[in-house]
Design a protein around this ligand. Structure first.
Ligand code: GLA
Length: 389
């Protein structure tokens, strides 16, 4: 059964009535352009075929009642909260994600109680943006209940909704993430990567069909998740902002290679800036190659991105480095960590004929090092968020 159909069925089971609708949003992989979004730079994500679906119906008492149902079929409910009482700090744990969305929508004139039932198949904790998929699907569900359909005339645009979701995450949940994940979940389309200029909001959908060229995009979920991830992310972001201040520019987007060479910066900050400057260049180069239909040639750029994230930005970890090293050793054209880092997933661009070999090499290396077995799956750019029923 599809994820949206499952959401509808669970809703019926839990609430003994039909949902008014079901909305869903995908997780994402970022092909390249890591830790550039909060520096006003460039990113190149695509949507995964995994989605979080929200089945929803209005409630007359003005409360938000959220239930998630895991793979084991066991529902987790939180006490319904009055939408009017939502404020940062009022809800903690996983429920802060959907509640924050209701809070930010209330601020934008959409205020109503709702029953939400959430199911999904985006692997959690894998750095594939399951929390953003959840928030984007929740936003569409609450807007839909208010009679606001996505892409209809007069409705908020997808980028506007992405900005609301970012605000909810930054201010309500309290995580200082950029715009990459929400925008990917809402704005990606199938068979394309999304080239987004975060500063200007300009977007271009670039066709990406790896199987047509005899290639596969292989995701390696390392299943590692290191506890210092949140503080690590915050520190990197603060470091970038500080460096931009020292360099007298609005954001590191405005720093080129020459300015970097001339700049006097403490070594720790210089490394951060070097990553951002070179990563933005790698995104632009990748885009050129994709536009020219030269997918195999992006391999070295992916690998350089990983090296830069590991050595300069220092957000990789043993498991991610091993995944990349083993994939390359078994013949991948390129490989890199994807997402925030400190665990999570890597991606590799692999000859279709070598997928099994690459998978086996990664799995064997993980076993040798005593890491948990990785989860591997080839994937294709899939559809963005929308209404399912
Ligand atoms: C996380 C954040 C994004 C982005 C990436 C790193 O996924 O949510 O905003 O900063 O890390 O590229």
């Amino acid at each position: 059964m599809s994820t949206p159909a499952r959401a509808a069925e669970e809703f019926r089971r839990l609430h003994e009535r039909a949902p008014v609708g079901v909305w869903s949003a995908p997780g994402r992989v970022n092909l390249i352009g890591e830790h550039t979004d909060y520096n006003d730079g460039f990113v190149l994500p695509f949507a995964l075929p995994f989605r979080i679906a929200v089945a929803a119906a209005p409630r007359a008492d003005g409360r938000l009642a959220v239930t998630t149902v895991g793979d084991d079929g066991v529902p987790q409910r939180v006490e319904p909260v009055p939408v009017d009482a939502l404020e940062p700090g009022a809800v903690t744990g996983w429920a802060a994600y959907p509640s924050g969305v209701a809070w930010v929508l209330r601020d934008n004139g959409v205020r109503a109680g709702a029953d939400l039932v959430i199911v999904g198949d985006v692997p959690a904790g894998a750095g594939l943006s399951s929390s953003h998929a959840l928030q984007c699907a929740t936003a569409l569900a609450l807007l839909g209940l208010a009679g606001i359909e996505l892409d209809a005339a007069g409705a908020p645009s997808r980028p506007e909704i992405a900005a609301w979701v970012q605000r909810s995450e930054n201010e309500f949940v309290g995580v200082p993430t950029g715009l990459l994940d929400q925008t990917a979940s809402l704005c990606c389309v199938s068979a394309h990567v999304l080239f987004l200029d975060v500063r200007t909001g300009a977007m271009e959908q670039i066709p990406l069909d790896a199987p047509a060229g005899g290639l596969e995009l292989l995701v390696v979920d390392t299943r590692a998740r290191h506890s210092h991830g949140d503080s690590g992310y915050r520190d990197r972001r603060r470091g970038c902002e500080h460096a931009a201040e020292l360099l007298g520019v609005p954001a590191l987007r405005d720093v080129g290679q020459e300015a970097l060479d001339r700049a006097e910066l403490p070594p720790e900050l210089r490394r951060l800036v070097r990553h951002v400057v070179t990563e933005n260049e790698r995104v632009l180069h990748t885009v050129e190659l994709l536009r020219a239909g030269k997918l195999p040639e992006i391999g070295p750029l992916l690998t350089e991105s990983h090296t830069s994230l590991a050595r300069d930005y220092r957000v990789s970890c043993l498991e991610l480095d091993q995944a990349v090293e083993s994939a390359l050793g078994a013949g991948a054209l390129g490989a890199r960590m994807t997402g925030g880092g400190f665990g999570g997933s890597a991606i590799a661009l692999v000859d279709a004929a070598a997928v099994d070999e690459v998978g086996a090499a990664v799995t064997a290396a993980f076993a040798r090092r005593g890491f948990a077995p990785p989860r591997l799956f080839p994937t294709v750019p899939s559809a963005g968020a929308g209404r399912d029923r």
